[in-house]
Design a protein around this ligand. Structure first.
Ligand SMILES: [Zn+2]
Length: 92
């Protein structure tokens, strides 16, 4: 999908309205990762595996988890990459 500059002005709240749940993120083909705020480790999120554990109605916005890197202890937040923009959107 072609890059559309107007999406560069969208706030995280607007992206959340576009795709609040795992099902919406899949439907709109957003890539989703978890990224650690301390060590920056990026981990790809496979939506069907996350949904198998948490359900397709799960809302990852505002959620965090402990970093999976050995001995980091940081906090990971979800980021999404809408196909309409090159920007990563922090979902926290
Ligand atoms: Zn970390």
């Amino acid at each position: 999908m072609a890059h559309n500059p107007r999406y560069g002005n969208w706030t995280p709240a607007m992206w959340r309205d576009r795709a609040p749940t795992l099902a919406d993120l899949r439907r709109h083909q957003f890539e989703v990762i978890l990224k650690c705020a301390r060590c920056q480790l990026p981990v790809g999120v496979r939506l069907h595996i996350t949904a198998a554990a948490l359900g397709w109605d799960y809302v990852p916005w505002g959620k965090t988890r402990r970093c999976i890197r050995w001995r980091c202890g940081g906090t990971m937040a979800f980021w999404c990459y809408p196909p309409q923009t090159n920007q990563g959107i922090e979902m926290f």
